[in-house]
Every structure is written in C-alpha cells, then in structure tokens.
Design a protein around this ligand. Sequence first.
Ligand SMILES: Cc1ncc(C[n+]2csc(CCOP(=O)(O)OP(=O)(O)O)c2C)c(N)n1
Ligand code: SF4
Ligand SMILES: [Mg+2]
Length: 386
Amino acid sequence: MFVDGAWGRIFDFTRTCDHLVSAQRLTASSIVSNVIQFHSFGTKTDALPAELPKHNTNLAKKLYKVMENRNFINRLSKFFCMDDTIKTFKDIPSENLVTGGHGTCSGCGPAIGLRLALLALGRKTIIINSAGCFTLQPTYPYNPFKVPWIHLAIENAGAAAIGIYHGLKAQGKEKDVTILAYIGDGATYDIGLQSLSHACQMKTNFIYVCYDNQNFANTGVQQCSATPEKAYTTTTPIGEKIRGNPFRRKPITKIIAAHEIPYVATASVSHPLDFINKLRKAQKIKGPKFIDLLSPCQPGWGFETNEGVDIAKAAVESGAWPLYEMENGKFSLNFKPEKLKPIKDYLFMQKRFKHLNQMEVAQIQTAVSREWEMLLQGKFWDAVEY
Ligand SMILES: Cc1ncc(C[n+]2csc(CCOP(=O)(O)OP(=O)(O)O)c2C)c(N)n1
Ligand code: SF4
Ligand SMILES: [Mg+2]
C-alpha cells in the first residue's frame, strides 16, 4: 500500500496538523497514518481500532474531518503514492451481486457492464434504471439483483437520484450508500437529459453510468443522438440518398463536463479494469460523476452473441471510442496505443456498417484520426467525436 519512506513523510505531514495536536508528534503520526490506511480500506473513522486511546480516536476523527473537508485524502493518497487501483483480474472484488435469470439478450454488452459496475461498487449500492432494455432485467416477480433496484420513466433518472440522495441524507445514511444510475444512451443523450443536467447542477452525490449501445434498442433499434454517423438503424435505413444516420453524435461528455462536475469519463466493457477503477475512483469523489460506457448491442449492431467484447475492444483500439477522463477539469487519455488500428476493422465487424463504401469509410477514418490527434494534444474541448 505504501512505498518506502511513506511513513516518514506521514510523520512530517503531522507537523502541519500541529494546531490540532496537543499530543506528541509521534502519536499524531500514528493517528494520521491510521486514518489514511482506514480510508484506503473504505472504513469509516467511526470504526477506528478500539486499541487507540479514546482521546486519540477523537483526534483522529477531527483530523479526518479536516483532511476530508479540504480534499486532503485524495491529495495525500497521491503524495504518499498510495495506489489502490486494481491491476489484475484476480484482484477484482469477487462478490457477484447479479444472479442468473435476467431478461436481456445473450451477449448483451450493457448486462456485462452492470455486472462489472456492481463488482466495483459493492453491496451498499442502489441502482436507478429508467425505461429501456433494462426494464427486462428484473421481470416481476423475479429479480436477479442482490441490491435495491428502482425502475422509472425514461426521463426521470436524474430526478430520482436527487430524491434518493436527499432521502438518505435525511436519515444520515448518504455517506454509506452509493447511488448508481445505470441508464441507456437514448434516455441519457435525449429523453432524460434535462433531469441529468439538473442533478449535476444540484451537485447531487451519485454516479451516472450511461450504458451506451448507440440506439433506442428496447423499442426496436431506432436512431438516437448517441448513434454514430452513417450507422444503419430502423429509422435511418440505407438507400441511395440516405446512407444510414445523417447526424453527428451528440458530444455528451462535453455537455456533462460543461456542468463543471468533478468527474467525467468514457469506458468500455472490453476494458473491465479501466471501468472498475474509474467507478472506484468515482465512488470516492463527492458530487455528480458521469461515465459513458460503450456497450455493444447484439441485435442493434448486428453480430454474433460471443463477439460483443471483441467489437468494443476494436472500437477502443481504432480510436472510435477513446478512453479518457476529466478529473476536476483535468483531461487524461487512458489508453494510448503507439498506432491506432484502421477504423474499417471495427466497422466491418458489424452489420450496421456493412453498406459503407470505400469513400464513406475514408470519411469516417479522417474524422476519427482528427479527433485522436486533438485528444493526444489534450485538446478535449476541440476534439470532434465520431
Ligand atoms: C417519454 C418516453 N418516450 C419514449 C418511450 C419509449 N421507450 C421506451 S424504452 C425506449 C428506448 C430507450 O433507449 P435507451 O435509453 O438507449 O435504452 P436501450 O433501449 O437502448 O436499453 C423508448 C424510446 C418512453 N417509455 N417514454
Ligand atoms: S437489444 Fe441490445 S441492449 Fe437490449 S438486451 Fe439485447 S443486446 Fe442488450
Ligand atoms: Mg440505447
């Protein structure tokens, strides 16, 4: 957990807490290190070890409060190289909170995403879902989840998060419970955008994951503003004049980042460690957090049930779906291959693009390469997404 020398640096840090510490510095050092350790294990200060003398426990609580208020914990974690990111699959938490029997398609990308999200966030999570394919995950009287689930009208996820947050707050439980809105792209980019925007503006403490399958899947694969240009959907068919979706995808991460919320990211079901670590990071940050999760849809995109993860991987490796995050306004690109794979490799894995001619593929390639160049330079706001 700590690199060599970290304990000494913690000891030094306690000098800055002198105004709070009437005891010996050494005592303060042990308290601070305890607090940091306990924080990194996700334990509340209320649960500090009983062997700490009572006055020290109170002191620890005070220190914790100061550090928490000033966002010290996060800064200290970096300062002391305290790194709790999950690096290998065997380190992923093993409590599976999704049992069998959900009602979505086999090979459903969004279903993989939700399973991963619950592995990352743990049992004390409330899931909000609005109308879409995931209406079919629990089908009365059956329910595949071991955590609470609330299902609502398609436009209401943000409003529900605000209500649940304040309900928990009234009971003094808001710090213990993670609110996860797991919502489709049609609901996010289009029908529920107003409610999401309001929840962000109100600084609601919740995580919003848009499971982005790039269409209104549940109602029969219609175009929505998450659909990429030139993709076939049932409302953007292929003819001589109309060549799939004629519109550009809405820049949803920029729209949400413009609300100046503390955390905005993209993720993909093909990169589970990246997604899980982003969720774990989001869980520790106060306020609204937004993750746009690429989640292939088997009938919507046209592939065999076992191909979804490979297609999502190809999207990331070709630059069609760059993985990045904006943390307190600071942009970082999380996956930077030496060279992107050609976009055609990704496109022709799916039936929704099989109509594309050479010129159309070249146009998409140009758009993706341009976006990538901008992102490599850290120019998030100037990059135009494909
Ligand atoms: C106000 C309103 N408009 C339209 C619908 C119909 N509707 C139900 S599910 C759905 C698709 C939602 O798409 P998305 O959020 O992308 O989820 P997915 O179906 O892809 O899982 C639509 C349009 C609705 N329920 N309410
Ligand atoms: S239509 Fe797509 S998103 Fe809906 S359940 Fe099937 S694979 Fe999942
Ligand atoms: Mg959708």
